[in-house]
Design a protein around this ligand. Structure first.
Ligand code: MN
Length: 197
């Protein structure tokens, strides 16, 4: 690899103030201050299972609810992934991962296609996990797909426990993203018959 694939994003609005550092080829190390405990838990295992590095220092209007903070962290993470990817030369582009978490089985399929799409097929039985609104899983994944300009398919095959289901999704997301962003030395240039992504 010619350069370090990493990025630092700072984003401040009336609702959130976020500093985020992302390393694509990391050691699975994270330092996370999000103010949203369940999201911290998910980002921690995302970083670990994707072999990324991630620092998040986020201050958001969590006195309202977790919506803006969750959404804006996804936006910053997406921007960091794009910047770290750079020209996408030599990447595998596609990633697919199945991850079981006790009773739950999640599959995530990614195409770093530059055409944003989210297909989320998941039943989340509980509206809350701890203080976290589980509808924010859709918000996080959609904003991540949009900013990263990736085609993101998330399928939960089955599962009863909502904490387990969401955890399986984030772990599968990590592994699929790790695969899609991996440099394959056989690939010369950008992996598209159009010559660009
Ligand atoms: Mn857990």
């Amino acid at each position: 690899m010619d350069r370090e694939r990493s990025a630092r994003i700072e984003r401040k609005t009336g609702e959130t103030d976020i500093k985020l550092e992302f390393g694509m080829d990391g050691e699975g190390l994270s330092s996370l201050e999000t103010g949203v405990p369940f999201l911290t838990h998910m980002l921690d295992l995302f970083t670990k299972h994707g072999q990324f590095n991630l620092i998040v220092d986020a201050k958001g209007d969590i006195e309202v609810d977790d919506h803006h903070t969750t959404e804006d962290i996804a936006i910053c993470l997406g921007q960091a992934i794009v910047e770290a990817l750079g020209d996408k030369k030599g990447i595998k582009r596609y990633g697919n991962a199945f991850v079981p978490m006790d009773d739950a089985l999640a599959q995530v399929v990614i195409d770093l296609s530059n055409r944003p799409h989210l297909e989320l097929r998941a039943e989340l039985p509980s509206q809350k996990v701890g203080t976290f609104d589980t509808e924010l899983v859709h918000e996080f994944l959609w904003k991540l797909a949009l900013e990263t300009r990736m085609n993101l398919h998330v399928i939960v095959h089955y599962g009863q426990n909502t904490h387990h289901i969401i955890e399986a999704i984030f772990k599968a997301l990590a592994r699929a993203l790790d695969e899609a962003t991996t440099i394959d030395p056989r690939i010369k240039g950008v992996p598209s018959t159009k010559g660009m992504l």
